[in-house]
Ligand binder design. Sequence first.
Ligand code: RB5
Length: 146
Amino acid sequence: MKVAIASDHGGIHIRAEIMTLMEEMGIEYEDFGCECSNSVDYPDYALPVAEKVASGEFDRGILICGTGIGMSISANKVKGIRCALVHDLFSAKATREHNDSNILAMGERVIGPGLAREIAKTWLTTDFEGGRHLNRITKITEYEKK
Ligand code: RB5
């Protein structure tokens, strides 16, 4: 699995934590910033990562900002992206099993690094269940073709 990861200035600490986690897990990833000595605009980081996942260049994406909201709104504008904003372990598992989410968004001003790490670990290791959930995702994919 290849993962694209990015954050704005509000998410640099959790981004570092998740990159360490992926190294420990032996997951290949590429870091798309930010360098972030100053305030930056989250769409400039969310949209390139979302496009790389939608094109198939990367299998999954992880985006972090202050709340995770700006990153998730932006990423979900890209066709083929199912970005889940997650701040609890139940949702981390459920969004992979039910939504086949391909991008995980988190907010560094909402949760701490320990929980973020466990959420990412769960999200990275949980498989999509398919079945009735696939029918639902197909409806979204069909809508995107309009
Ligand atoms: C940046 O101040 C903040 O607005 C951003 O990180 C994010 O929380 C937006 O949704």
